[in-house]
Ligand binder design. Structure first.
Ligand code: ZN
Length: 418
């Protein structure tokens, strides 16, 4: 028995360190003529573009050991400027894991006594319990609606926050946690929810003329999967799509401008077998549509890049609605940017999504604007400089900083549409 346990723990330990062993992270800056050749690597097995931007901007890509030689000779042959950010990404992941284990010896994300600590990454169970306790304690401000049970049986909560009857004022809709590995985004939602509900001065200011409809963890299965060994870089949801393939990219699955896959299931940006095939997206679309009369702004919050992106993100098929309020999108994007710049000195870049990333079909921001009817829609990319492994000891400061931006947006919506 003892031998068996030692043997099992050896397998588990070996497994733990296998995940991204000797994977290298590259920063690559292709020019116009080099760009297409680099982009062609996107769907090759062993390639994970943390982000693929447009020409003359920094793209970051993780490459498996088996194709590193090919990739580097490709870069050299084409004179593409690059640097290596990590020689072994598994080491970075292990560092994060060890650091979080140390933190957990001293701190709990959300305790059974009801104490919330916004300086640690929460498990989904903590998020779940926190929201239900908060709703029980502040029923006059917050109501929860379970939009659906996820494919693995977790709540997908819509959090409705209002000083009166929800849905009668202009609404700001938002979601975080769509992409599993982008851990730094959901804490900013939970921090915002906490401020709106428990801080009397903030509630008086931000609930007087605005209601908030927040889905703080849209992809709980993917999130929990990314917290297990070897799966830290999981992006999709966890629905079994074929007997051999799990997960679609929830930010390619929305109906507006959706395109059938040119890539196989299993690819990072696989858009699902049909538009809104993924239950987490179907219900997010449905709840925003239900309140479309008052939906003035929609925010989809991701990492990384310090970007305020505004539609459109797709280029083909211009669609029924021209973006006739580009000026307002830029103006309001700058309100978010300026508020954070003044508070912390961090400088967000307000930019059109298509211009920055190139064509993206089936994304949530275009969908909320065109198909659902929000007046304004943004994708925020938080945290430049850390890829997806954003240090836990910085997340409280990030949430405080991002709250400054959310608050400025709340004021704008209240003053302009309230
Ligand atoms: Zn994302």
């Amino acid at each position: 028995m003892k031998f068996l346990l030692i043997f099992l723990s050896f397998i588990l330990a070996a497994n733990c360190s296998e995940g991204y062993k000797n994977y290298k992270l590259y920063d690559v800056v292709p020019n116009e003529t080099q760009y297409d050749a680099l982009a062609a690597w996107e769907y090759i097995d062993g390639v994970d573009f943390f982000r693929l931007t447009s020409p003359n901007r920094s793209s970051k890509v993780l490459i498996a050991p088996k194709i590193q030689n090919d990739f580097e000779s490709f870069l050299t042959r084409n004179n593409i400027v690059y640097s290596i950010l990590s020689e072994d990404f598994d080491v970075e992941i292990e560092k994060e894991r060890e650091s979080m284990m140390e933190t957990r010896k001293m701190k709990t994300g959300y305790s059974i006594e009801g104490t919330a600590d916004f300086s640690v990454y929460w498990s989904f169970a903590e998020m779940d319990r926190y929201l239900q306790d908060l709703a029980a304690r502040y029923p006059h401000r917050i109501t929860l609606e379970n939009l659906i049970f996820s494919p693995e049986g977790r709540h997908v909560w819509a959090v409705k926050i209002s000083s009166g009857v929800f849905g009668q004022k202009p609404i700001i809709g938002m979601e975080t946690g769509m992409h599993a590995r982008e851990w730094a985004a959901p804490p900013t939602s939970f921090y915002l929810i906490d401020k709106l509900v428990t801080d009397e001065a903030i509630a008086a200011e931000l609930l007087a003329r605005v209601d908030w409809l927040i889905v703080p963890m849209q992809n709980p299965d993917g999130y929990e999967w990314s917290r297990t060994p070897n799966n830290r870089l999981w992006r999709q949801n966890r629905r079994q799509i074929t007997p051999t393939c799990t997960g679609a990219d929830l930010n390619r699955n929305f109906a507006y401008s959706w395109r059938a896959a040119t890539v196989a299931c299993g690819n990072l940006t696989y858009p699902g077998p049909f538009a809104l095939s993924e239950p987490e997206d179907f219900v997010l679309h449905e709840v925003m549509e239900r309140y479309r009369q008052n939906l003035r702004m929609y925010l989809s919050v991701h990492t990384f890049g310090d970007l305020v992106l505004f539609p459109w993100g797709y280029s083909d098929n211009p669609g029924p609605l021209p973006l006739n309020n580009v000026e307002e999108h830029i103006h309001v994007g700058n309100i978010f940017r300026d508020a954070i710049l003044a508070a912390t000195g961090k400088d967000y870049f307000v930019v059109n999504s298509l211009n920055y990333f190139g064509n993206i079909n089936g994304a949530v921001d275009d969908n909320m604007l065109a198909a659902v009817g929000a007046d304004l829609a943004y994708t925020l990319e938080l945290t430049d400089g850390f890829s997806f492994l954003y240090p836990e000891d910085r997340i409280l400061a990030l949430s405080e900083e991002t709250f400054v931006g959310y608050r400025a947006l709340g004021r704008y919506i209240g003053e302009t549409y309230g």
